[in-house]
Design a protein around this ligand. Structure first.
Ligand code: PMP
Length: 304
């Protein structure tokens, strides 16, 4: 990853080295911050960067701020304005990962609700895990945060400690990543991505009441599967043992895009490679996000 020239801090462009937050802030002391990860796909032929579903991401940032009871929450429209200004100022002509944050910048106790600051960082490079033949997954012994404790649907930075402990364990055990169960013992999600399996000709994904983030890529994939792969999608509770019966499985998310799962707990999923539905879905997904098709134009915002 390369270092961008500017970062957007509290609505102003500042040089990378000057984009700092005070150690007394609620964000630093207690993790009182919420964020969005958004991708901008560079299309060389069109000399255009397409931001994928930016407005949906910033709507979710509004929801996260509302849940956190931030005083003077920053609007999605304002965050979109800042994001476009930043990308243009940095003259980025590459696929980027954007992290947009709203945080308590004032000092105060854990329940402090303001004042609120914002930042937007756009970094050229790739996120997720790039595996040709699928990733190896461990079912974590760590449980996904239950909604009555701290909701996974709120994209609060502090929530990411839950996935973090699980990933560290999985890496030490020799896996690429993890799938977490919720407190009811049902499949929830990965640390930065949602889960789908193909079973008996249907696509199955855990419901949004399974202690998952209400993922924008998950919604995207639910629209693409019937249209491009001829596969119906069911949202329901998913048991761990069903993975043994699945023909294919994959993760999806802004950074993870569509990433096949090769094995779970060292047992191959289906044939153990990249299944035909996952392959077809990946092709459709990449054409859409890169703006190589007029389909779903409403999901793309051109930067230039
Ligand atoms: N679950 C978690 C915990 C995540 O952090 C993410 C990444 N934002 C996802 C799922 C995928 O969500 P989205 O498709 O909106 O990026």
């Amino acid at each position: 990853m390369t270092t961008p020239t500017y970062i957007m801090l509290d609505g102003a462009l500042v040089p990378f080295a000057d984009a700092t937050v005070h150690v007394t802030s609620g964000a630093f002391k207690f993790g009182t911050s919420v964020f969005e990860g958004i991708r901008g796909y560079w299309n060389e032929e069109q000399e255009q960067m397409h931001l994928f579903r930016m407005d949906d991401h910033f709507r979710r940032l509004e929801f996260s701020q509302r849940f956190m009871r931030f005083d003077g929450a920053v609007s999605g429209a304002e965050m979109a304005r800042q994001t476009l200004e930043l990308l243009r100022a940095n003259e980025l002509r590459a696929t980027v990962h954007i992290m947009a944050t709203a945080y308590v910048k004032g000092s105060g106790p854990p329940a402090a609700c303001g004042p609120i600051g914002t930042s937007v960082v756009a970094t050229p490079g790739v996120g997720g895990l790039h595996v040709e033949n699928g990733c190896t997954v461990q079912i974590s012994s760590w449980q996904r945060l239950p909604d009555p404790a701290m909701p996974a649907r709120v994209k609060c930075n502090a929530n990411y400690q839950n996935g973090r402990v699980a990933i560290i364990q999985a890496r030490e055990d020799g896996y690429d990543t993890i799938l977490m169960l919720n407190s009811r013992g049902k499949i929830a999600e990965g640390p930065g991505m949602c889960f789908f399996m193909i079973r008996d000709g249907m696509a199955v994904t855990p419901t949004t009441s399974s202690d998952i983030l209400e993922s924008i890529t998950r919604e995207t994939v639910m629209e693409l599967l019937p249209r491009y792969c001829g596969i119906e999608v069911v949202e329901r509770e998913v048991d761990r043992s069903e993975l043994v019966a699945a023909d294919e499985a994959f993760f999806c998310g802004t950074a993870w895009e569509v990433t096949p799962i090769a094995s779970v707990d060292r047992l191959a999923v289906g044939e153990g490679g990249v299944g035909p539905v996952t392959r077809k879905l990946q092709e459709a997904y990449f054409r859409i996000v890169r703006g190589e098709t007029p389909d779903f134009e409403e999901w793309r915002t051109g930067v230039y």
